[in-house]
Ligand binder design. Structure first.
Ligand code: C5P
Length: 302
């Protein structure tokens, strides 16, 4: 008996930046980074199935905020792979969305990486890992990390990855804000806030890398940093209240996730995570609070 494969589903994680060191704006407008990515266990699932033409649909509580046209990174990933292999991109991509939209958790990048892996499997292109990573880097600075998962240092604009060893499980609470923040706007605000100052070369913190290796949440709590946080807070001052609410509820460390507006709270264990999430929900300073553990695997067929 043979099985006919009608669709391929890929699960892909969100990320939090445990260090985001940002350099001065480059001539191409991007910023050189020392970006320490950690994949966390909040997942989108992208299913690729044969169709008459390229089509994107999305389900989930925030599906209405997801663009379904060719600006969607999942659509762009399918088009890029099809073009490279001379394939007709007649595919239906369905995104089951659980990662906060425009939240600084790489949800759009995750869908791009997942669609690439799903279409590669559906079409049997047999692309190498390096070819897939090169397409990811063309799609966006955070897309390669969504493919590899785990933990990695991203240099350049964040797309050049070096894997990082993680010695244990870290527990997080994510406070989801009302509405998103535009990544270019946050980088623009960073430029405005740092104008006229000497912006140092971004480098990975040895203390942070040691904390990840040790798996010790106390050590990691003391080493978290995000150079985009002042810019995100400048554009969305109410995030300071969310950060304070999580800290008051017992989270040893709080920071803005990437370009925000999601805020991330590192806690010692799963029990504290539930307690802090409940307190954040009742604080009225966020729209939702989610718990998740890290690291998580990168985009993979399920
Ligand atoms: O690479 P991606 O398309 O995700 O980047 C979105 C925007 O974020 C860029 O257009 C740029 O404004 C900003 N960005 C940046 N430096 C980076 C990554 C992103 O300035 N390293």
């Amino acid at each position: 008996m043979s099985t006919v494969r009608t669709g391929v589903t890929v699960r892909v994680p969100a990320k939090v930046n445990v260090q985001l060191a940002v350099g001065a704006a480059r001539p191409d407008g991007f910023h050189d980074l020392a970006n320490v990515f950690l994949a966390v266990g909040l997942y989108d699932e992208v299913t690729a199935a044969p169709a008459d033409e390229l089509r994107v649909t999305c389900s989930g509580p925030d599906a209405g905020q997801v663009p379904l046209d060719r600006t969607n990174l999942a659509a762009r990933a399918a088009l890029a792979l099809a073009e490279r292999y001379g394939i007709d991109p007649a595919v239906h991509l369905h995104i089951a969305k659980d990662i906060p939209v425009a939240g600084g958790m790489a949800g759009g990048s995750a869908d791009g990486a997942a669609a690439l892996v799903a279409c590669d499997a559906l079409w049997g292109t047999g692309a190498s890992r390096d070819e897939l990573l090169a397409i990811c880097a063309e799609l966006g600075s955070d897309v390669p990390f969504s493919l590899v998962g785990g933990a990695a240092l991203g240099t350049g604009r964040g797309e050049k990855l070096t894997p990082i060893e993680v010695g244990g499980t870290f527990h997080w609470v994510f406070a989801v804000a009302d509405g998103g923040l535009s990544t270019p706007a946050v980088y623009g605000e960073f430029d405005r806030l740092t104008a006229g100052t000497e912006v140092p070369e971004p480098t990975a913190s040895p203390a942070l890398l040691a904390a990840l290796r040790s798996g010790d949440p106390g050590a990691l709590a003391g080493a978290l940093s995000n150079d985009l946080q002042p810019a995100a807070l400048s554009l969305r001052p109410s995030l300071a209240e969310t950060l304070a609410a999580g800290t008051e509820a017992g989270a040893p460390a709080a920071l803005v996730s990437g370009s925000g507006p999601t805020t991330a709270f590192l806690v010692p264990d799963a029990e504290t995570a539930e307690k802090v999430a409940a307190a954040l929900l009742t604080s009225g300073t966020c729209r939702n609070a989610r718990v998740a553990a890290s690291p998580a695997p990168g985009a993979h067929v399920i």
